[in-house]
Design a protein around this ligand. Sequence first.
Ligand code: UT7
Length: 326
Amino acid sequence: MGLTITGLGTAIPEQRLTNADLERMVDTSDAWIVERTGIRERRVAAPDETSATLGTDAAAAALKDAGLTPDDIGLLVVATTTPVQLFPSTAVRIQDSLGLRCGAFDVMAACSGFVYGLVTAAGMMTVDAGLKAASGGQPGGRPFLVVGTETLTRVVDPTDRSTCILFGDGAGAAVVDHSVEADGGLLSWDLGSDGSLVSLLEVPPGERWLRMEGKEVFRRAVRVVVESSSTALQKAGMTPEDVDLFVPHQANVRIIDAVCSRIGIPLDRTVVNLDRYGNTSAASIPLALAEAAEAGRLTGGEVVLISGFGAGMTWASAVLRWEPRQ
Ligand code: UT7
């Protein structure tokens, strides 16, 4: 039995940071930011908002979308690059504020975190089903929650024009359940990492702000997303022509353009919403998925490719066949 997404939710801070605002903060221009990144505005968390509060709101919205209550959930996996504190996890805060009664833990894989979390949840669902079957019980089990939540603007130096234009805050969440269709749900995945590239994008130990070698991240991002997406498609026995909707990590529209043209997926089958949110790291894929579902682009039967990359470096792709609502 596989994993399928049965509910999606988002949480977006109210405060907007536009390119015009940034023109007043650093030596930049709206024209440069739009041409080099595609971003027009991002959201900034209010002082009382954290990765835990945004994650809680997104998860609550996903529960509502799935028609479930907190008691129904069997596990919470939270992907975040910007946890509330070093420990304990952001997940336990979300578990408490939602009133979940289940295990909860964080996954740290930077912008690839949501896909890492989804694949982890799928593995645990399979174990659950296998154990029940082995003991003679009915396969199945409670649905899980996978959340991507970030407050990246808190680790971005507001005086560094090469990074402060890129990142934004927000959260997205998915309720995942056992797939009901034989060829539905999660069909394949590919996870990767290369820790020799830590210094390309990091908050150095003991420091406050994020540092990035943008050009090098860009160059490698295009390569790993193309390779990882191709691997995931191959594992699913599919080609790029089979993909109905491509949901890439939202970092830079030029990265998305380059990836789409190299893989051979047209832009009209690709979700792009970074113009409104910037790069929200682990939140970007669930945010984009939720918007695509809201816009009626995911009704059932679609082959969906999701692919992320980020600090580490890490990368992660998965192919799902969207299942219609029961
Ligand atoms: O989730 C993963 C996160 N990270 C990424 O995905 C980032 C990937 N990298 C990028 O998106 C791009 O590399 C950036 C958007 C960060 C930078 O774009 P670029 O086309 O690679 O520009 P660059 O760093 O090569 O800089 C070109 C010029 C430089 O000036 P000189 O040296 O040519 O005089 C920069 O100083 O643009 C200048 N520049 C800016 N100018 C106006 C850098 N930032 C800005 C700015 N406004 N905000």
